[in-house]
Design a protein around this ligand. Structure first.
Ligand SMILES: [Fe+2]
Ligand SMILES: [Fe+2]
Ligand SMILES: [Fe+2]
Length: 404
């Protein structure tokens, strides 16, 4: 039975979420580390400690994709955007296992202790874990990140001053004291550096990680496919469309239910690396410069990099990350060829090309099914795609409704 570690999964997905926030590199990971230590310092029970950590990793999930045009600091300063990304996050995790039970922490992660936050909750009305995430988030973004540039890290007096401004207004005294206590340890600062944080998080209580099965992973991948699609109006149903095609194509090909589910998850997540590509490149109506094209191509690289960090889904990471590879070696980013590419890689590739062709793009209108099939046909003739698989696909598309 396939078991995946939820904390490990959220940690690697947080990389994609941070990239989506206009490159506040490691924002979620550092927030998670700080929140975890505040919770520990407060001697909360085990569940609250783990939740402070897990939920922090995805606390800004509502911002990725949909709000990728705005920068994080803009979100945090703008009242409406603050409220909006909390709410989108709350909705997007509706079906995500474990996290759905904790969605209030996402909704209220910008509430202020004095009641002047987006939803007007006050004092201890605000769930404690949400209060912790708020403080960790704010400290990461408005102290650590700013001071880091000024090279003033670890100046405890300046932290005291900074926290003094927010005491009993934004955050409770109890939380501020817990943070100050944690900050007294040198290790805390060393751990928080950009070069160490990822390794450090992998060492945080891996034995207490929560194990999830394939069905739960599928619910998470579906939520992420919606997020990925929200990134651009041209791809608003791209990943969801490909999953739908993949699931029909694989059952048509006679795969067993487990493989169908795994391939559909790969389809959901195949473009997760797109979070790393700026929206200005994704939606550029003109031809991309070679530099922009390289950035665009990096999305497939990031897809594999993100998914490969999750134990147990190495095959899914391969299928998803290889969706732009071609059998004759002309694809990207690894220039793989028929000696290593699998049938499963090709299934995702065919579904991706077909779905992309029938969608509108900034530089062209969506094609008809017939036109799209003609293009796939010519690609097989150039040796880019499997002819046998294409003929199966054509058979399926001509006899069944595969579009969403
Ligand atoms: Fe936020
Ligand atoms: Fe944040
Ligand atoms: Fe792609």
């Amino acid at each position: 039975m396939l078991k995946i570690k939820l904390g490990q999964l959220l940690n690697s997905l947080s990389f994609a979420l941070d990239a989506a926030e206009n490159r506040y590199f490691n924002h979620s990971r550092r927030t998670a580390y700080i929140a975890y230590h505040i919770a520990k310092e407060m001697e909360l029970d085990e569940i609250d400690i783990i939740d402070s950590y897990f939920i922090s990793l995805i606390h800004d999930i509502g911002m990725a994709g949909y709000l990728s045009k705005y920068s994080v600091s803009h979100i945090h300063n703008d009242f409406n955007l603050r409220k909006k990304h909390c709410h989108i996050g709350y909705e997007i995790v509706e079906k995500v296992p474990y996290i759905s039970k904790k969605k209030d922490y996402l909704l209220y992660h910008h509430e202020r202790y004095d009641g002047r936050g987006p939803y007007g909750l006050k004092g201890e009305e605000i769930p404690l874990v949400a209060q912790i995430i708020h403080l960790a988030d704010h400290f990461e973004l408005f102290y650590l990140r700013q001071e880091e540039e000024l090279n003033k890290l670890k100046d405890i007096d300046s932290v005291y001053k900074w926290i003094g401004k927010y005491r009993n207004k934004m955050f409770s005294n109890r939380l501020c004291d817990a943070l100050l206590y944690a900050l007294k340890r040198d290790k805390f600062w060393f751990d928080l550096t950009n070069s160490n944080i990822n390794t450090v998080l992998q060492l945080i209580e891996p034995e207490r990680d929560i194990l999830i099965g394939i069905e739960d992973l599928h619910k998470i991948s579906e939520a992420f496919s919606i997020l990925i699609d929200l990134k651009s109006r041209f791809t608003y149903k791209h990943s969801q469309g490909i999953s739908n095609i993949t699931s029909k194509f694989t059952s048509f090909l006679g795969y067993n239910p487990l493989m169908i589910e795994k391939l559909t998850i790969a389809a959901d997540l195949h473009d997760i690396g797109k979070f790393v590509v700026p929206i200005s490149i994704i939606e550029k109506p003109d031809k991309l410069t070679s530099e922009e094209f390289l950035t665009m191509k990096s999305h497939a690289y990031y897809t594999k990099l993100i998914l490969k960090q999750i134990d147990g889904i190495e095959d899914i990471a391969e299928w998803a990350g290889n969706h732009h590879e071609k059998l004759n070696g002309s694809g990207y980013p690894e220039k793989l060829d028929e000696s290593t590419l699998t049938k499963e890689d090709q299934i995702i590739a065919i579904a991706d090309i077909f779905q992309a062709l029938i969608e509108d793009r900034p530089y062209r209108k969506g094609m008809s099914v017939k036109e799209a099939l003609n293009i796939l046909d010519s690609m097989t003739k150039k040796g880019e795609l499997s002819r046998t698989l294409f003929l199966d696909f054509k058979h399926l598309v001509s006899h069944e409704e595969v579009l969403v």
